[in-house]
Design a protein around this ligand. Structure first.
Ligand code: SF4
Length: 318
């Protein structure tokens, strides 16, 4: 049985060593929400630039609600997982509805229960924003916290409920925001998946799993899927590509790019190569075929995914 986690030691370590991240200099709930949504699937180092651009252009929910979703997607370009940008825009619009229509009159709600009702906000994001920005005593559960918990308790495969219970039991209620960030920071910088630095860990004393840390939690077996697509890349006489906006579903929803499908009629087109694109659970292989069109579009004016940019780059080297 693990000993009691030392809250003081972890909080002192966090106060002394935490990374200087720009969203740690604000208590504005909207700006903290933007950071949490970005960091769901974008690394911290890359997320900083996107966050700075987003808070400059959209400093409030109202400023985003008044913009077109295409502008949000354009700023999000390259950060991946674009459904987050679409849901963020939907969230801003919902927050800006009048109270009588189920909105919040343009002001982000402050409790985790209310935040959870908004588009794209799950239990983790609701708890993170409510605790960090508004001081609610609510525990966060994310991958970092699960890993710290599994190692502290020496559990190979803790269930969600067990991790939630551990996080709630150990929560430092007087400052839940700093506490949640401290546990996540420990998971991100010390109790890392492959090479945990147990010698530098402020809560090693209570850790049952430290002698065999990488065995906890058991790595999840991710089955990668393969997707084969064809792409017709057409250029007009001035060298601009034909770009279409994709529909509201699928991995590249709402983004612009050359036409892609599982099957395309390639008569009169020339094969120029294959592009491979790796997502977290999926490998996409795209055969690219070159042709002509009447009227293209300037690719710098619309939101393109990294995959689309790779495809355009392939044509550049032909
Ligand atoms: S002692 Fe090691 S395994 Fe345990 S919480 Fe600290 S870094 Fe993780």
């Amino acid at each position: 049985m693990a000993t009691q986690l030392s809250q003081n030691a972890l909080l002192a370590w966090y106060a002394e060593t935490k990374r200087d991240l720009p969203w740690r200099h604000t208590s504005d709930g909207w700006k903290i929400l933007l950071s949490e949504i970005l960091l769901q699937q974008t690394q911290v180092s890359r997320g900083i630039g996107y966050w700075l651009k987003l808070v400059e252009r959209f400093p409030t929910p109202i400023s985003m609600a008044e913009a077109d979703v295409d502008e949000v997607l354009l700023l999000w370009q390259g950060a991946g997982y674009y459904s987050r940008a679409r849901r963020l825009h939907a969230l801003a619009r919902q927050v800006c509805l009048p109270l009588s229509e189920g909105g919040h009159d343009g002001v982000l709600p402050t409790t985790s229960v209310q935040l959870l009702q908004l588009p794209g906000v799950g239990p983790y994001t609701a708890a993170a924003v409510a605790s960090i920005a508004y001081g609610e005593s609510v525990a966060c559960v994310d991958g970092n916290i699960r890993r710290v918990m599994a190692r502290q308790m020496k559990l190979a495969n803790p269930a969600v409920k067990e991790v939630e219970h551990w996080a709630e039991k150990n929560l430092f209620k007087p400052d839940a925001g700093d506490w949640n960030q401290a546990v996540m920071e420990l998971g991100a910088t010390i109790c890392t998946p492959k090479r945990p630095k147990c010698d530098d860990c402020p809560i090693a004393q209570s850790c049952s799993g430290q002698h065999d840390a990488t065995a906890y939690p058991e790595p999840k077996k991710i089955k990668r899927k393969r997707l084969d697509l064809m792409c017709e890349l057409r250029y007009d006489s001035s060298g601009l590509p034909l770009l279409v906006q994709r529909g509201e579903d699928g991995i590249l929803a709402g983004l612009w790019g050359p036409n892609m499908a599982e099957k395309i009629d390639v008569q009169s087109l020339k094969f120029i190569g294959e592009v491979k694109h790796v997502l977290s659970h999926r490998d996409i292989f795209v055969q690219v075929w070159l042709g002509t069109c009447q009227q293209g579009r300037d690719p710098t004016t619309v939101a393109l995914s990294s995959l689309d940019r790779k495809i355009l780059a392939l044509a550049d080297v032909q």
